[in-house]
Design a protein around this ligand. Structure first.
Ligand code: CA
Ligand code: CA
Length: 385
């Protein structure tokens, strides 16, 4: 969606002011970048917002750049969902961040939803994404969550592309760990991500603030990111950085194998987190096959918990229809017996246009930590533009 320069600039400022509530007004943030340089003390917990406004200023300034034919592209998606939980006590395996936390409160954190009906209809996601170019090698993307607990800044990224094979990213972005959490949720073939993806990544938003360098070739790619390690829309709390790497290899056309690591020390000085992931994805005609394994060693020394899990998914695109099957397993503590989770998912998508679709899914679940857990039936309408 292209806009003329002046109209696009005004539209961008209006939306930014409108959508971000308590954030500083964009005019003030923009003025700070003009005139004589004066250093202002920025409280640590304001840094993600400051970075967000830096990107927002670029977004607002982009249409005014006279030397370059600026563009402003809007996209987004809306997901309406209804679900029926067959469990003895309604329970949700979601990440319990964002809107999941608002619709499915779990005050004691045991994974069992507090006093909710088995049937729930909710707005799962409402997102708006602004993208544009500042120069031929410089572009930006800002993602806004518009709804309830999710409301506010999602991604805020500046990309510098000095060569076709090289990209440097700064801002708040998704960590390059695995396949499923990096892919936008409106492109995931299933309504819910696998539990291992929710639990062993930087959930619930999968994002952090920092910088990343990526190099891509036809035979593979490599990415290195340094981030604060404290997650989405939060400042660093311990002065230590987390390091995330991802390498992929494409041995055959349509086949990609990947390996990811996330090493860091979140929170307390004695806390250590190590995550590793291996994955494979193949696109063979109408078939899409993917499998991921993730393992985490999360240690508050001297004790350590090892969590691991995997899933395998097969989808087939047959015209507008897409049947999907997935098997998954997650063990939150490999040393403790009787707490593992497993599920079989049977789902179908019907694509109306582009990524707009109707989805129906049944997850047959067994959670040994919550023996009353049964199946979950979900239906979703997704409009993407
Ligand atoms: Ca940190
Ligand atoms: Ca176990």
């Amino acid at each position: 969606m292209e806009h003329q320069r002046e109209d696009g600039s005004a539209a961008a400022r209006f939306r930014l002011r409108d959508l971000t509530g308590g954030f500083a007004p964009p005019e003030r943030a923009c003025h700070a970048s003009r005139g004589p340089r004066r250093r202002r003390a920025t409280p640590p917990d304001r840094r993600p917002r400051a970075a967000g406004w830096l990107v927002a200023c670029l977004a607002a300034a982009a249409p005014a750049a006279a030397e370059f034919p600026a563009s402003l592209r809007l996209s987004g998606f809306l997901k309406l969902e209804t679900r029926y939980d067959f469990s003895a006590t309604p329970w949700t395996p979601a990440s319990k961040g964002g809107n999941e936390a608002a619709y499915f409160p779990d005050a004691d954190g045991d994974g069992v939803v507090d006093a909710r009906a088995h049937s729930t209809t909710w707005i799962r996601r409402a997102r708006l994404i602004v993208r544009g170019d500042v120069a031929p090698s410089l572009d930006y993307a800002v993602l806004f969550n518009l709804h309830l607990a999710d409301r506010g800044l999602g991604s805020a990224e500046v990309h510098w592309r000095p060569a076709g094979w090289l990209t440097a990213t700064a801002g708040q972005f998704k960590l390059p760990v695995g396949i499923e959490t990096v892919e936008s949720s409106h492109r995931n073939p299933t309504i819910n991500r696998a539990l291992v993806s929710e639990r062993l990544t930087q959930a619930p938003a999968y994002r952090d603030l920092g910088a990343m360098v990526e190099a891509r070739a036809t035979f593979g790619s490599i990415a290195l990111a340094g981030v604060q390690g404290n997650g989405h829309n939060r400042g660093d709390d311990n002065g230590r950085w987390d390091w995330v790497t991802r390498a992929t290899l494409a041995p055959l056309p349509g086949v990609t194998m990947g390996h990811s690591t996330h090493l860091g020390r979140p929170g307390a000085p004695s806390r250590e987190r190590r995550r590793h992931g291996a994955d494979v994805e193949a696109a063979l005609g109408p078939l899409r096959l993917r499998a991921e394994y993730l393992v985490q060693r999360d240690a508050l020394l001297p004790t350590a918990v090892r969590s691991e899990g995997w899933y395998a998914l097969l989808a087939a695109r047959l015209g507008r229809a897409e049947p999907v099957a997935r098997i998954e397993r997650f063990d939150p503590n490999a040393r403790r017996a009787g707490d593992d989770y497993a599920a079989l998912t049977a789902a179908a998508n019907w694509y109306v246009a582009g990524d707009s679709r109707l989805s129906l899914s049944y997850e047959h679940r067994r959670d040994r930590a919550h023996p009353g857990t049964r199946g979950l039936l979900s239906a979703q309408v997704q409009v993407a533009f």
